[in-house]
Design a binder for this molecule. Structure first.
Ligand SMILES: Nc1ncnc2c1ncn2[C@@H]1O[C@H](COP(=O)(O)OP(=O)(O)OP(=O)(O)O)[C@@H](O)[C@H]1O
Length: 625
């Protein structure tokens, strides 16, 4: 075993003697020699087809990230390719005299075409993203449709871009003295870029930023509460997708040596979505499979159908549509998803993220300064929350101190959830103040509070069921890392990533889930999922834990384990506030109880006095056993 590498014996499995190759590693190992030999063995016609597949796969890869992983549907991928292809074609065909003086050097330069194409694509994506990504629902798909349509007509109407006839006469690509004038030479360039993009995407998904992007599918309330900037994560996915489209556009211009508006139409944008869907939504290799599948299927239908149905109609589109419907019905995860299902023993990494390798024994992350035991951590001062005429919380005041557990109880509709939402900064009081470590926090965002040391769990468990337990918990440590997209794509984040995962493992061991690190989170029992949420909250290194009905749905032994954990956390100086229905659980555990009814306080004190308080017994109709 390598020094500095922990075996998985803590997870109950034997220590492997050498690092294992990931499934993607095996695919690459098999693919590289095949790709190296392909142009030498295949006829030029098929090499050209493979070049098209490579370019389509690059654009589809962006959609896999954007639509498959991050859950944002875009019809505009073809339009992004068009921007870059036109920029490349224009600069490749324009003469120096036609450009303004300082830009004259760009005429005929493929690298200038690449740079301008990428800059334009990213600038437009930034603008479009800024307008649509903050909006929920159908705004992004609609925005990309509008953008795809308008760009298509723009290309056709701009005189200097050749109008509907397009730009032709693009010279063969020549880079650093190497001529890419034949399909075979272009093949190596296209597939090298594609494989690099695949590896960069796999790396990105297997990182702190990648987890933030993948967490978008689990609902933003959860990820924002863990300190993830959802808008930034969306923008990252959007820009990476646009970057791949930009690269595809540059390659397209030099492969076809001619550009016109038709290949960048809305229809083409839809075709790219089909490629992503057929290949496998969320599967990085699905981009390659989808691009190849759709290209071959279209080719095959074009050859076959005229023989079967005659030459009078365009039947390919109809048969192709039917094939897609059938495929989606029978293989909703696409072809790559189906293959992954066949091969993977545990399907917990749909995006090809962290492989089942040992967790490095990393240096612990720095911890925040914790308040001294007894110090007031949270203070509610006269909180009132009105919904129109309804007063859900009226003049609520209490404190929670470091090393103390406070339970907020009350019958249904008492206003507990409303209070919890305000304390966790998801909602804000109509009047009154909330102070955290002495600072006023009402009005702040849940994300800001995650950074300040307030961490929470959810009444209805919010996790990413197809992600591993370890990765789910590592989302909690998001703010304790700082490496960005480039570092992740280039694998320069490994030391930090090791520390984040080691922290996630430490918290999982702490809550008693140490043997489930690599299990799919969705496969855990509800009680274990609640513990996972607590481990995720602890990963943020909080000084205040807000737990929303943590014992709901738990079996007796699970409740006992949870109570033991909370007692341990309290003894370590954690301030804990829990909203709970389960009286047995609360009374045996907490230091103080705050009882609400109809939005108001009816009692407050230690469990012993609360249990015999007449107002409380009355509120609970029948009393507490
Ligand atoms: N967004 C809202 N708009 C209008 N009324 C609301 C809203 N949220 C809560 N309420 C009302 O506020 C009151 C308190 O609701 P709340 O969900 O806080 O109670 P609770 O004690 O958490 O109940 P339960 O134990 O059933 O979850 C209820 O009458 C509820 O209908």
């Amino acid at each position: 075993m390598k020094p500095g590498v922990l075996s998985k014996t803590s997870a109950g499995r034997p220590a492997p003697s050498m690092p294992k190759l990931s499934p993607s590693g095996w695919i690459l190992l098999a693919l590289v020699p095949l790709l190296a030999a392909a142009p030498l063995l295949l006829p030029t016609y098929q090499v050209t087809l493979a070049n098209n597949i490579g370019i389509f796969a690059l654009a589809t890869l962006g959609l896999v990230l954007l639509t498959g992983v991050a859950g944002m549907t875009s019809f505009g991928q073809a339009a992004f390719i068009g921007v870059s292809a036109y920029a490349t074609a224009y600069l490749a065909t324009v003469t120096a005299a036609d450009l303004p003086g300082p830009l004259a050097w760009m005429a005929g330069s493929p690298l200038a075409g690449l740079a301008v194409g990428l800059v334009l694509t990213l600038a437009i994506a930034t603008l479009l993203g800024a307008v649509t990504l903050r909006l929920s629902g159908h705004y992004l798909p609609l925005g990309t449709i509008a953008w795809g349509l308008s760009l298509f007509y723009l290309f056709g109407n701009l005189e200097f871009l050749g109008g509907h006839t397009g730009l032709s006469g693009i010279p063969a690509l020549s880079l650093f003295g190497i001529a890419f004038d034949k399909a075979e030479a272009l093949f190596y360039l296209i597939w090298a870029i594609l494989l690099l993009a695949v590896v960069a995407t796999l790396n990105l998904l297997d990182s702190r930023v990648g987890r933030a992007i993948r967490a978008l599918r689990g609902g933003q309330r959860m990820s924002e509460s863990m300190g993830v900037d959802s808008f930034r994560a969306k923008m990252t996915a959007f820009l990476v997708a646009a970057l791949y489209a930009g690269l595809a556009g540059w390659l397209y211009a030099y492969t076809q040596r001619f550009v016109s508006p038709a290949p960048f139409s809305l229809q083409a944008g839809i075709d790219f979505l089909f490629m992503a869907l057929i290949g496998g939504v969320g599967q990085v290799w699905g981009a390659v499979i989808g691009a190849a599948g759709v290209t071959f299927a279209k080719q095959w239908l074009q050859d076959l159908l005229p023989h079967l149905l005659g030459r009078s109609g365009n039947f390919e589109a109809i048969v192709f549509g039917l094939l897609i419907v059938l495929l989606m019905q029978h293989l909703p995860g696409g072809i790559a998803g189906w293959i992954a299902k066949l091969f993977e023993r545990r399907r917990h990494r749909p995006t090809g993220a962290v492989d089942d390798v040992d967790l490095p024994d990393a240096e612990p992350l720095p911890r925040r300064a914790m308040p001294a035991k007894g110090e007031v951590v949270l203070e509610a001062k006269g909180i009132t929350r009105r919904f129109g005429g309804l007063v859900a919380n009226r003049d609520i005041s209490f404190t929670v101190r470091a090393g103390e557990i406070l339970a907020v109880i009350g019958p249904n509709g008492a206003g507990k959830s409303t209070l919890f939402n305000q304390l966790s900064c998801v909602d804000h009081p109509t009047s009154g103040e909330i102070r955290f470590l002495g600072e006023r926090i009402d009005g702040r965002t849940a994300r800001a509070m995650a950074g300040a040391g307030l961490s929470r769990s959810f009444q209805h468990v919010k996790l990413l069921p197809s992600m591993s337990v370890l990765e789910n918990v590592a989302i909690g440590a998001h703010l304790r890392g700082s490496k960005g997209v480039a570092a992740a794509a280039l694998r320069l984040d490994r030391a930090e990533e090791a520390r984040l995962l080691a922290e996630a493992r430490r918290q999982l061991v702490r809550v008693g889930l140490g043997q489930y690190l690599h299990a799919e989170a969705g496969s855990l029992a509800l009680g274990q999922q609640r513990l996972l949420e607590i481990a995720r909250a602890l990963c943020a290194d909080p000084c205040l834990l807000l737990l929303d009905e943590p014992a709901a749905g738990l079996r007796f032994l699970e409740k006992q384990a949870l109570a033991e954990l909370l007692v341990r956390l309290r003894s370590e100086g954690m301030a804990i506030l829990l909203v709970e229905h389960d009286m047995d659980f609360v009374m045996g555990l907490v230091d103080r109880v705050y009882v609400m009814e109809f939005g108001e306080r009816i009692a407050e004190g230690p469990p012993e006095t609360i249990q015999t308080n007449p107002a409380v017994l009355e509120a609970y109709l029948g009393g507490i056993e």
